[in-house]
Design a protein around this ligand. Structure first.
Ligand code: 5SP
Length: 233
Protein backbone atom coordinates (compact mmCIF):
# COMPACT_ATOMS: atom_id res chain seq x y z
CA UNK A 1 0.00 0.00 0.00
CA UNK A 2 1.18 3.52 -0.85
CA UNK A 3 4.46 2.21 -2.27
CA UNK A 4 5.18 5.53 -4.00
CA UNK A 5 4.76 7.48 -0.77
CA UNK A 6 7.01 5.07 1.12
CA UNK A 7 9.73 5.46 -1.53
CA UNK A 8 9.40 9.26 -1.35
CA UNK A 9 9.65 9.24 2.45
CA UNK A 10 12.68 6.94 2.30
CA UNK A 11 14.43 9.39 -0.05
CA UNK A 12 13.51 12.35 2.17
CA UNK A 13 14.94 10.55 5.22
CA UNK A 14 18.18 9.80 3.36
CA UNK A 15 18.63 13.54 2.75
CA UNK A 16 19.10 14.10 6.51
CA UNK A 17 22.58 12.48 6.73
CA UNK A 18 23.40 13.76 3.23
CA UNK A 19 22.94 17.35 4.50
CA UNK A 20 24.76 16.66 7.74
CA UNK A 21 21.64 17.25 9.84
CA UNK A 22 21.84 13.96 11.77
CA UNK A 23 24.34 11.55 13.30
CA UNK A 24 23.79 7.77 13.64
CA UNK A 25 20.01 7.12 13.64
CA UNK A 26 18.98 10.49 15.01
CA UNK A 27 16.13 12.41 13.40
CA UNK A 28 13.22 11.37 11.23
CA UNK A 29 10.96 12.42 8.33
CA UNK A 30 7.30 11.68 7.67
CA UNK A 31 4.72 12.62 5.03
CA UNK A 32 0.93 12.34 4.99
CA UNK A 33 -1.52 11.22 2.31
CA UNK A 34 -4.29 13.63 3.24
CA UNK A 35 -6.94 11.82 1.17
CA UNK A 36 -6.36 8.49 2.90
CA UNK A 37 -5.26 10.14 6.19
CA UNK A 38 -2.27 7.81 6.30
CA UNK A 39 1.22 8.87 7.46
CA UNK A 40 4.43 7.27 6.20
CA UNK A 41 7.26 7.64 8.72
CA UNK A 42 10.83 6.50 9.30
CA UNK A 43 11.21 3.28 11.32
CA UNK A 44 12.71 3.74 14.78
CA UNK A 45 16.43 3.17 15.28
CA UNK A 46 17.24 1.97 11.77
CA UNK A 47 20.56 3.03 10.24
CA UNK A 48 20.02 5.30 7.27
CA UNK A 49 22.57 3.35 5.21
CA UNK A 50 20.49 0.18 5.62
CA UNK A 51 16.99 1.69 5.36
CA UNK A 52 14.67 0.54 2.53
CA UNK A 53 11.24 1.66 1.33
CA UNK A 54 9.83 -1.53 2.84
CA UNK A 55 11.02 -0.36 6.28
CA UNK A 56 8.92 2.80 6.12
CA UNK A 57 5.96 2.41 8.50
CA UNK A 58 2.38 3.44 7.68
CA UNK A 59 0.18 4.70 10.55
CA UNK A 60 -3.21 6.40 10.83
CA UNK A 61 -3.70 9.77 12.52
CA UNK A 62 -4.26 8.03 15.85
CA UNK A 63 -0.91 6.24 15.58
CA UNK A 64 -2.26 2.77 14.80
CA UNK A 65 0.19 0.81 12.63
CA UNK A 66 -1.43 -0.02 9.29
CA UNK A 67 1.62 -1.53 7.57
CA UNK A 68 5.21 -2.31 8.48
CA UNK A 69 7.21 -4.87 10.41
CA UNK A 70 9.21 -2.28 12.35
CA UNK A 71 8.25 0.22 15.05
CA UNK A 72 7.53 3.74 13.79
CA UNK A 73 9.84 6.56 14.85
CA UNK A 74 9.74 7.30 18.59
CA UNK A 75 8.62 10.81 17.58
CA UNK A 76 5.56 9.61 15.67
CA UNK A 77 3.17 11.19 18.21
CA UNK A 78 4.79 14.60 17.71
CA UNK A 79 4.46 14.33 13.93
CA UNK A 80 0.80 13.22 14.23
CA UNK A 81 -0.05 16.13 16.55
CA UNK A 82 1.10 18.53 13.82
CA UNK A 83 -0.90 16.72 11.10
CA UNK A 84 -4.02 16.72 13.29
CA UNK A 85 -3.78 20.44 14.14
CA UNK A 86 -2.36 21.92 10.95
CA UNK A 87 -4.29 20.62 7.89
CA UNK A 88 -2.13 22.66 5.50
CA UNK A 89 1.11 20.75 6.12
CA UNK A 90 2.16 17.61 4.29
CA UNK A 91 5.53 16.66 5.76
CA UNK A 92 7.41 16.83 9.10
CA UNK A 93 11.10 16.57 10.01
CA UNK A 94 12.91 16.27 13.30
CA UNK A 95 16.70 16.50 13.67
CA UNK A 96 19.34 17.21 16.29
CA UNK A 97 21.27 19.47 13.93
CA UNK A 98 24.08 21.03 15.93
CA UNK A 99 23.53 24.79 15.77
CA UNK A 100 19.74 24.64 16.06
CA UNK A 101 19.98 22.19 18.95
CA UNK A 102 22.38 24.59 20.64
CA UNK A 103 19.69 27.26 20.54
CA UNK A 104 17.11 24.73 21.79
CA UNK A 105 19.36 23.77 24.70
CA UNK A 106 19.74 27.44 25.55
CA UNK A 107 15.98 27.93 25.29
CA UNK A 108 16.48 30.73 22.78
CA UNK A 109 14.47 31.69 19.69
CA UNK A 110 16.42 31.99 16.45
CA UNK A 111 15.59 35.61 15.79
CA UNK A 112 15.52 36.81 12.17
CA UNK A 113 18.70 38.86 11.69
CA UNK A 114 19.03 38.61 7.92
CA UNK A 115 17.43 37.97 4.56
CA UNK A 116 18.40 34.29 4.52
CA UNK A 117 15.97 33.53 7.34
CA UNK A 118 13.43 36.07 6.16
CA UNK A 119 13.22 34.33 2.77
CA UNK A 120 11.87 31.15 4.40
CA UNK A 121 10.61 32.07 7.89
CA UNK A 122 8.38 35.11 8.41
CA UNK A 123 9.99 36.03 11.69
CA UNK A 124 11.75 34.38 14.62
CA UNK A 125 11.88 30.59 14.82
CA UNK A 126 10.31 30.11 18.24
CA UNK A 127 11.68 27.98 21.05
CA UNK A 128 9.02 26.41 23.24
CA UNK A 129 8.73 26.84 26.97
CA UNK A 130 10.34 24.28 29.22
CA UNK A 131 8.00 21.33 29.70
CA UNK A 132 6.56 20.38 33.09
CA UNK A 133 7.54 17.20 34.97
CA UNK A 134 4.11 15.76 34.21
CA UNK A 135 4.50 16.45 30.49
CA UNK A 136 8.02 14.98 30.46
CA UNK A 137 7.14 11.92 32.55
CA UNK A 138 3.89 11.38 30.62
CA UNK A 139 3.74 10.85 26.86
CA UNK A 140 6.72 13.11 26.14
CA UNK A 141 6.48 12.97 22.35
CA UNK A 142 2.74 13.74 22.30
CA UNK A 143 3.23 16.54 24.83
CA UNK A 144 6.09 17.87 22.69
CA UNK A 145 3.71 18.26 19.77
CA UNK A 146 1.11 19.92 21.99
CA UNK A 147 3.65 22.38 23.41
CA UNK A 148 4.75 23.44 19.91
CA UNK A 149 1.14 23.90 18.73
CA UNK A 150 0.43 25.81 21.97
CA UNK A 151 3.43 28.09 21.35
CA UNK A 152 2.21 28.99 17.87
CA UNK A 153 -1.32 29.65 19.13
CA UNK A 154 -0.02 31.76 22.04
CA UNK A 155 2.21 33.87 19.79
CA UNK A 156 -0.37 33.90 16.95
CA UNK A 157 2.18 32.53 14.49
CA UNK A 158 0.96 30.93 11.27
CA UNK A 159 2.80 27.57 11.01
CA UNK A 160 2.74 27.82 7.22
CA UNK A 161 4.64 31.13 7.40
CA UNK A 162 7.11 29.96 10.06
CA UNK A 163 7.64 26.26 9.19
CA UNK A 164 9.80 25.34 12.15
CA UNK A 165 10.28 25.45 15.91
CA UNK A 166 12.76 24.48 18.61
CA UNK A 167 11.76 22.21 21.50
CA UNK A 168 13.41 23.54 24.66
CA UNK A 169 16.42 21.37 25.62
CA UNK A 170 15.73 18.99 22.76
CA UNK A 171 15.99 20.14 19.14
CA UNK A 172 14.33 21.44 15.98
CA UNK A 173 11.21 20.32 14.18
CA UNK A 174 10.31 21.63 10.73
CA UNK A 175 7.39 21.00 8.39
CA UNK A 176 6.31 21.85 4.85
CA UNK A 177 4.13 20.93 1.87
CA UNK A 178 5.72 17.46 1.77
CA UNK A 179 8.67 15.54 3.19
CA UNK A 180 11.19 17.07 0.81
CA UNK A 181 9.99 20.60 1.57
CA UNK A 182 10.21 19.88 5.30
CA UNK A 183 13.81 18.67 4.82
CA UNK A 184 14.61 21.84 2.85
CA UNK A 185 13.28 23.91 5.77
CA UNK A 186 15.37 21.85 8.21
CA UNK A 187 18.53 22.66 6.22
CA UNK A 188 17.66 26.38 6.08
CA UNK A 189 16.82 26.43 9.81
CA UNK A 190 20.21 24.94 10.66
CA UNK A 191 22.02 27.48 8.46
CA UNK A 192 20.04 30.33 10.05
CA UNK A 193 20.99 29.10 13.52
CA UNK A 194 24.65 29.09 12.52
CA UNK A 195 24.50 32.57 10.97
CA UNK A 196 22.51 33.90 13.94
CA UNK A 197 25.08 32.61 16.41
CA UNK A 198 27.96 34.14 14.47
CA UNK A 199 26.14 37.46 14.14
CA UNK A 200 25.50 37.58 17.88
CA UNK A 201 29.13 36.74 18.62
CA UNK A 202 30.45 39.43 16.25
CA UNK A 203 27.85 41.98 17.27
CA UNK A 204 28.57 41.80 20.97
CA UNK A 205 32.36 41.50 21.23
CA UNK A 206 32.14 42.46 24.89
CA UNK A 207 35.51 41.68 26.46
CA UNK A 208 35.13 40.60 30.08
CA UNK A 209 37.66 41.64 32.76
CA UNK A 210 39.59 38.36 32.50
CA UNK A 211 40.01 38.74 28.74
CA UNK A 212 41.07 42.37 29.22
CA UNK A 213 43.81 41.32 31.66
CA UNK A 214 44.95 38.58 29.33
CA UNK A 215 44.82 40.89 26.34
CA UNK A 216 46.79 43.63 28.14
CA UNK A 217 49.38 41.02 29.15
CA UNK A 218 49.82 40.17 25.52
CA UNK A 219 49.55 43.77 24.31
CA UNK A 220 52.42 44.72 26.66
CA UNK A 221 54.66 41.71 26.33
CA UNK A 222 58.33 42.48 26.95
CA UNK A 223 59.74 41.62 23.59
CA UNK A 224 57.07 43.37 21.64
CA UNK A 225 55.19 41.95 18.67
CA UNK A 226 56.58 38.88 16.98
CA UNK A 227 58.32 37.51 20.11
CA UNK A 228 56.46 34.20 19.68
CA UNK A 229 58.43 33.49 16.55
CA UNK A 230 61.92 33.72 18.00
CA UNK A 231 63.67 36.07 20.39
CA UNK A 232 63.55 39.69 19.34
CA UNK A 233 67.06 41.30 19.28
O1 5SP B 1 14.90 12.92 19.55
C1 5SP B 1 15.12 11.73 19.58
C2 5SP B 1 15.77 11.09 20.74
O2 5SP B 1 16.07 12.10 21.70
C3 5SP B 1 14.74 10.89 18.38
O3 5SP B 1 14.32 11.75 17.37
C4 5SP B 1 15.91 10.13 17.82
O4 5SP B 1 16.88 11.07 17.42
C5 5SP B 1 15.47 9.33 16.60
O5 5SP B 1 14.55 8.36 17.05
P1 5SP B 1 13.85 7.36 16.00
O6 5SP B 1 13.17 8.20 14.94
O7 5SP B 1 14.96 6.52 15.38
O8 5SP B 1 12.90 6.58 16.85
Amino acid sequence: MLEELKQKVLEANLLLPQHGLVTFTWGNVSEIDREKEIVAIKPSGVEYSKMTAEDIVLVDLEGNILEGELRPSSDVDTHLEFYRNWPGIGGVVHTHSTWATGFAQAGKDIIALGTTQADYFDGAIPCTRFMTDEEIKGSYELETGKVIVEEFQKREIDPERVPGALVHSHGPFTWGSDGFNAVHNAVVLEECAKMNAIAMLVKNPEIGSMQQTLLEKHFNRKHGPGAYYGQSK
